[in-house]
Design a protein around this ligand. Structure first.
Ligand code: ZN
Length: 327
């Protein structure tokens, strides 16, 4: 077998064609990002259906990404169920944990090196500080806010404000001496282990963006949200960090998700800026609520796709809005 130092002709051609890409608009790439901490319900179905339609209508690619970072709450059985339920609805994707693709792996639990690289870049850029606040304050930082609301159902009113968490009081930021805890300089710290790491927000800055569904949005750093956790003491990257890292690494051009994540979008815009990543387009879907105006959560088992399917509902009924909401 002959070994040549030069790139094979087909690779050279490929590189040439990639170099010419900027003249054409980027191909639409969307994603479905369920977290396997319970069964999907009607609200998820409609949001994921919207993501599917937008990718299909744009002639683009839809990526399935399993957001299974939380080892305590993620279950393989829920991940399987999510794929099956979404297929049953008629949703199809072109890349994912079940079929691979150019950006594999597609399960977040297998992508920790990517998150570590992003964490290091933020740290070196001076955007992070270690936080020693109690675990109780922080135990909810990992989950996407919509997950947190359902996880905290036993202690919260169901009509808790969406995507809300107390604004971080700045305790550790004020005493921040980043070199102090591990007794290393920023450039020497390689691992986040042992601390919660927070992103230092630009106090008072208004983060504004145009949502493709809901119009102009505006959140003020330090008022609407505070310094947020990007890495947990127990070694797990936060939802915000993993989401931004993956959307950039997977070339996502539009994020379709529930309106409960609008405030997280403001946080993620700050992360993208700090990292030098382009923002994708944002399309937030209105939430499905019950007849008392309360949002659905994964604890509403009677509204899970699984339960509805067993009772004979069709995908069309579930997606059309005809469904009796209080089932
Ligand atoms: Zn703290």
């Amino acid at each position: 077998m002959r070994v040549s130092a030069a790139a094979p002709p087909q690779v050279a051609t490929l590189l040439d064609s990639m170099a010419s890409l900027p003249s054409s608009p980027p191909t639409y790439r969307g994603r479905l990002a369920p977290s396997p901490t319970g069964y999907l319900h009607v609200g998820h179905a409609r949001t994921f259906w919207t993501a599917f339609e937008r990718a299909r209508d744009a002639g683009g690619t839809l990526v399935m990404r399993m957001e299974d970072l939380d080892p305590d709450r993620s279950r393989a059985a829920y991940a399987e169920a999510a794929l099956e339920d979404l297929r049953w609805l008629g949703i199809r994707w072109q890349e994912g944990p079940d079929q691979g693709g150019p950006f594999a792996p597609y399960a977040q639990s297998q992508r920790k090196n990517i998150y570590l690289a992003v964490w290091r870049k933020l740290l070196r850029g001076g955007f992070l500080f270690p936080c020693r606040c109690s675990r109780k304050d922080l135990e909810t930082a990992l989950a996407a806010p919509h997950e947190r609301v359902s996880a905290g159902a036993q202690s919260n009113e169901m009509n808790e404000p969406l995507d809300d968490e107390p604004v971080y009081p700045g305790t550790c930021r004020l005493q921040c001496n980043i070199a102090q805890p591990p007794n290393l300089t920023v450039g020497e710290i390689e691992e986040p282990d042992g601390f919660n790491w927070r992103f230092r927000i630009p106090d008072g800055e208004a983060v504004e963006f145009e949502d493709r569904n809901l119009g102009s949005q505006r959140f003020v750093a330090g008022v609407d949200f505070g310094d947020f956790v990007v890495w947990r003491r127990d070694g797990v990257p936060s939802y915000q960090l993993a989401c931004v890292a993956d959307d950039a690494a997977m070339g996502i051009t539009e994020v379709v998700r529930g309106a409960d994540l609008l405030k997280s979008t403001a946080r993620q815009i700050l992360l993208n800026r700090a990292l030098g990543f382009d923002n994708p387009g944002w399309f937030h879907c209105r939430l499905v609520v019950d007849r008392n105006g309360r949002r659905l959560a994964k604890r509403c088992d009677s509204l899970s796709l699984r339960a509805l399917r067993q009772r004979g509902f069709t995908p069309e009924q579930i997606l059309s809005g005809e469904l009796p909401v209080e089932v």
